[in-house]
Design a binder for this molecule. Structure first.
Ligand SMILES: Nc1ncnc2c1ncn2[C@@H]1O[C@H](COP(=O)(O)OP(=O)(O)OP(=O)(O)O)[C@@H](O)[C@H]1O
Ligand SMILES: [Mg+2]
Length: 244
């Protein structure tokens, strides 16, 4: 518990008149991938946005790498080497893949060695380096969005549903890339991944937390949840297998 890179304790978030997060307790261990599961509207995206300071928590603490960050601004949080890949990916359609990457690189220069790793993870980015990002397929855009997040060293990457709307073959490519990323020692990156596709969640997740109605209702090892269909049924109302 003490070695968590990120921990949320009793986090409440209000959006206008709505009380969305109602006491979120979440631990993200150092290294590896934590998957955040939960039905539509459970509060997953709101949790990521609250971590980034895009929503202000009204109560509770968020500790990252030993510091309380819940009152910090989004730029200050990003400076702590936390990156956010939002659901809409936030890429610039009219700019080339190269230009999108340049904008994500600090100081306007891309580290060639990191770029080499990234091309290894996501070969289509090399192929379409000079194409407008708007012309990429949905899966390739997701690759670009994740690549932008890792072009600089990051301690933590928050990724919101990277497989939404993607075909199974592309999902498999994404699974392979995230698995490789997690094994790339040089990257030393911890990932908090929102994912409803259970084959993806199970393939890349080390630990898992399940949200419902603005709270975490289960957390533990992914292997345990993956092996226990009864538990999946109790948590999700149906077997996670049905989410594939
Ligand atoms: N800007 C907003 N204004 C009002 N309500 C919002 C806003 N954003 C989110 N909500 C509400 O907060 C709740 C949680 O939304 P959130 O987007 O965090 O869910 P989610 O778990 O990411 O769902 P999904 O799987 O559909 O992406 C929902 O009831 C949603 O309607
Ligand atoms: Mg969401």
């Amino acid at each position: 518990m003490s070695d968590a890179l990120l921990s949320l304790n009793g986090i409440h978030t209000h959006i206008g008149p709505y009380h969305i997060l109602q006491g979120v307790d979440l631990e993200v261990p150092r290294g590896g991938v934590t998957v955040l599961l939960g039905r539509n509207g459970a509060g997953k995206t709101t949790t990521l946005r609250t971590i980034m300071g895009l929503w202000q928590a009204s109560q509770g603490t968020i500790r990252f790498d030993g510091a309380a960050i819940q009152k910090e601004t989004t730029p200050a949080i990003a400076q702590r080497e936390i990156a956010f890949v939002p659901e809409d990916m936030g890429i610039f359609s009219d700019l080339t893949v190269h230009e999108n990457m340049l904008l994500a690189a600090r100081g306007g220069a891309i580290d060639e060695e990191r770029l080499g790793w990234i091309f290894g993870l996501f070969p289509p980015l090399k192929t379409f380096w000079q194409s407008a990002a708007g012309n990429l397929s949905g899966g390739q855009k997701q690759m670009l969005a994740v690549a932008r997040a890792i072009i600089e060293p990051r301690k933590l990457i928050l990724i919101d549903e990277p497989t939404k709307g993607l075909a199974p073959a592309i999902i498999n490519a994404m699974i392979a890339a995230l698995k490789e990323l997690k094994e790339l020692k040089e990257m030393q990156t911890t990932i908090l991944l929102v994912e409803q596709n259970f084959s993806m969640a199970r393939a890349v997740g080390d630990t898992v937390a399940v949200m419902d109605d603005g709270r975490i209702v289960y957390s533990g090892d992914m292997a345990e949840l993956a092996a226990d269909t009864g538990l999946q049924e109790r948590l999700m109302g149906l077997s996670l297998e049905a989410h594939q």
